[in-house]
Ligand binder design. Structure first.
Ligand SMILES: Nc1ncnc2c1ncn2[C@@H]1O[C@H](COP(=O)(O)OP(=O)(O)O)[C@@H](O)[C@H]1O
Ligand SMILES: [Mg+2]
Length: 213
């Protein structure tokens, strides 16, 4: 099912962030959102993930909305949010506990660490990693979750160009033929156009949207 946002209204204090905002995201497609800092990209992802309230409007088609416990949402936050007391592999495997056996978890973790080129650091702790390496673990964790909807907030932040291209290509390969709905927020039009089937540009405020061609 497509995700449809209709008549969304949200304000912080006196400022309207969204005023009668409408947008839909196609099932199984990658949609990118670009726009200036502070225009409301992160807030939209948080609303979709159920982490932020809104005053009016409706959102339909979210995984798990109709049947209890069916459908998962993965969220790669703008900050990495790795758990400092867990190793790299534990940071990924702990979210798999509820639906994968230990052996399957191991395989999934290994595959994802390979995708982000971090398999040599499986036993390292987050504090031993550079910012870019922590970002890669956060990407691996979001992809490992096998969600129906993947929300990614500035996923490639802090990665150098060569590594970024490589990870982007592997992500595209991984999602070839798999119907996942991906929503990707980025500053970078090139990244957006490379990864997404459609690119929306947000203008603030209240948020208005245009299609990037
Ligand atoms: N919890 C909050 N309280 C008050 N203002 C907020 C809060 N979260 C976001 N905002 C404001 O809403 C606007 C959009 O924020 P955000 O969605 O994070 O923008 P973006 O991700 O596009 O940079 C910003 O002006 C920000 O200051
Ligand atoms: Mg943001």
């Amino acid at each position: 099912m497509d995700i449809e946002i209709k008549g969304l209204c949200k304000h912080f204090g006196k400022n309207d962030l969204y005023k009668n905002f409408n947008l839909s995201f196609s099932e199984g497609k990658t949609t990118a959102i670009i726009g200036p800092s502070g225009c409301g990209k992160t807030t939209l992802l948080r609303i979709l993930a159920g982490l932020e309230e809104y005053e009016a409007g409706s959102i339909t088609g979210l995984p798990g909305a109709t049947t209890k416990n069916e459908g998962r949402i993965a969220f790669l936050f703008q900050e990495d949010r790795l758990l400092p007391w867990l190793t790299v592999s534990e940071n990924i495997s702990f979210i798999l506990d509820s639906f994968l056996q230990k052996n399957a978890q191991k395989i999934r973790v290994k595959d994802m660490l390979e995708l982000v080129k971090m398999k040599d650091y499986a036993e390292a702790y987050p504090r031993e990693l550079s910012g870019g390496m922590q970002r890669r673990v956060a990407i691996a964790r979001a992809l490992a979750y096998d969600a129906d909807l993947i929300l990614m907030d500035e996923p490639f932040k802090g990665l150098d160009d060569a590594l970024k291209s490589e990870i982007q290509e592997k992500m595209q390969e991984q999602h070839k033929g798999i119907k996942k709905t991906i929503l990707l927020v980025t500053h970078d039009l090139e990244d957006a156009q490379k990864m997404a089937d459609i690119v929306y540009r947000f203008h603030s405020r209240p948020v208005d949207v245009s299609i990037e061609v």
